[in-house]
Design a protein around this ligand. Structure first.
Ligand SMILES: [Zn+2]
Length: 74
């Protein structure tokens, strides 16, 4: 996946593996202001891990957005 290459050397994305802030069910589309719904299903144990990538799909313009989960409390 391309994002790995893009994020290499970026200190912001150095993290310890551990519990992550759970993703919200929807986000606002940066492009059109529509609603993007979470595509990624939660892990079976319900524990999101730092560095997990979740995908959203905009219901208006159908753009896809990938987010990297951040550690809890940040
Ligand atoms: Zn959109």
């Amino acid at each position: 996946m391309n994002w790995l290459n893009e994020l290499v050397n970026d200190d912001q994305y150095e993290y310890e593996s551990g519990p992550a802030e759970p993703p919200t069910e929807s986000i606002t589309c940066v492009d059109c202001g529509g609603t993007c719904h979470l595509l990624t299903h939660p892990p079976e144990d319900g524990l999101w891990l730092t560095g997990d990538v979740v995908a959203y799909r905009c219901s208006d313009c159908l753009d896809r957005w990938d987010l990297v989960l951040m550690p809890l409390g940040e």
